[in-house]
Ligand binder design. Structure first.
Ligand code: GKR
Ligand code: MG
Length: 431
């Protein structure tokens, strides 16, 4: 049977999804966060789905990019990156080191484009897989494992968003001290079977966060633990923390900001350092690897430009003897499926991947992905193996339409100012 893989239509649906009040060094997650759902439809009527950041600056790029795709083949994946170069980036959208959507290193025009491309690449792979009757992992060369392990992503957290702020309730409770973090870890284990734990730090003074890690080590002896303050510490503080809790850490994630500082920390401790902040593009690899600044790179297929670039990053890491795993920001099931497919193909994946998914009570899928023993089973169904729930998509899009604009650009500092009007994102290093 001849298939027509021509892209006949592309649909972009910005949505707002509920997010609990998770604390980080910038502030707190706002009650609803923007995501963009991408649909690519072939001339044969097959639809592939993708997901990426949904803030205005991404949407502004995604719209002209979508126009350029119509008439091309869903199999034309290599061209996506070249096509993206044709889409102009408004320079005023390119921020400095701290990106409002999270902490992902230096924000450049290229990175903005790559984050947009990733949503389209995943949608094209999904459509291609469905057309050919092959799972996405097969299109990427085939899986080397049947399930992908994820870590419990622990956050300091309030019980709820500030009084009077429209939000969805969650049943995780508050976690603002070691006991709260251990209780949260237990809930993650009970609900999903996770056995490795990452704590988002940079929120409280380092001694409180090291106490939380110690408490986790006592509650879960021998389990892999990580602490990630998003570059909030000086080199000396990073070294102090490494000396205090290095014996129970699998790795310390972005303790200090930038490659030179990370290299200094790495030179003076035996605790492995991981990053999703100082190696976020291929251009940043050389300096970081030759200086020995990082021992594990946490790829994020969104800002690395998709699943194929993630595989290339894994090969570069393998070449240099650097570990690779996966970073996550707030995301839904389409992205979790995409992460799982690519992770399944990476031979040198030796650390559980990060995922925010358990924090997301809402999704756009007919069936949520599940964690069993902390793992997501790699789907062998055609494409990503997920199905869009159009009613949910419409509902979450309506929320986006109804928003007066305040939530459409994620801003954790602004969300924190609702509770603490004097809040400004601290300059780093904070401690
Ligand atoms: O969602 O608050 C958050 C995280 O801090 C996120 O923004 C980071 O990008 O999860 C990320 C990380 O590992 O640095
Ligand atoms: Mg991180």
């Amino acid at each position: 049977m001849t298939r027509d893989l021509t892209i006949a239509a592309v649909r972009l649906t910005p949505i707002l999804v509920a997010d609990p009040p998770l604390l980080n060094t910038q502030g707190v997650h706002q009650p609803y966060t923007p995501r963009l759902i991408v649909e690519v439809e072939t001339a044969d009527g097959i639809t592939g789905v993708g997901e990426t950041y949904g803030d205005a600056k991404y949407l502004e790029l995604a719209r002209p990019f979508a126009g350029k795709l119509v008439g091309r083949q869903v199999s034309d994946l290599g061209a996506l990156l070249l096509l993206a170069d044709e889409v102009a980036v408004d320079a005023s959208r390119v921020l400095g080191r701290v990106d409002v959507g999270g902490l992902r290193g230096v924000q450049t025009a290229d990175k903005l484009r790559l984050s947009v491309v990733s949503g389209f690449e995943v949608a094209c792979l999904d459509a291609l897989g469905k057309s050919l009757g092959l799972p996405v992992h097969a299109l990427l060369g085939g899986k080397v494992r049947d399930a992908v392990e994820y870590s419990a992503y622990l956050f300091y957290k309030w019980a709820g968003h500030p009084e009077g702020v429209p939000s969805e309730k969650d049943d995780w409770g508050a976690a603002v001290d070691p006991a709260g973090i251990v209780a949260q870890a237990r809930a993650f284990t009970d609900r999903y079977g996770f056995s490795s734990f990452k704590l988002k730090g940079g929120v409280f003074p380092p001694e409180e966060e090291t106490a939380a890690v110690r408490a986790l080590a006592e509650a879960f002896p021998g389990h892999p633990l990580r602490l990630d303050p998003n570059g909030a510490w000086s080199v000396e503080t990073s070294l102090k923390v490494a000396a205090e809790i290095g014996d129970v850490l699998e790795y310390l994630e972005d303790p200090a900001l930038g490659t030179p500082a990370m290299a200094e920390v790495a030179a003076r401790t035996g605790v492995p350092l991981a990053t999703n902040m100082c190696v976020t593009t291929f251009a940043e690899v050389q300096e970081a690897f030759t200086k020995g600044a990082v021992q594990v790179v946490l790829s994020d297929h969104h800002y690395w430009g998709g699943l194929r670039n993630t595989q290339q990053l894994a090969a570069v890491c393998r070449t240099f003897g650097v570990g690779v795993s996966m970073h996550s920001n707030t995301h839904l099931g389409i992205s979790l499926a995409a992460m799982t497919h690519v992770a399944a193909t990476v031979p040198n994946l030796h650390h559980a991947c990060d995922s925010h998914y358990p924090w997301q009570s809402e999704d756009v899928l007919t069936e949520r992905l599940t964690f069993d023993g902390g793992r997501v089973t790699v789907s062998d169904a055609p494409g990503l193996g997920v199905e869009l729930d159009r009613d949910r998509l419409a509902f979450l899009h309506q929320r986006w339409l109804d928003d007066d604009g305040t939530l459409r650009d994620r801003d954790d500092a602004a969300a924190m100012r609702v509770a603490d009007p004097g809040w400004v994102t601290p300059s780093v290093p904070r401690w």
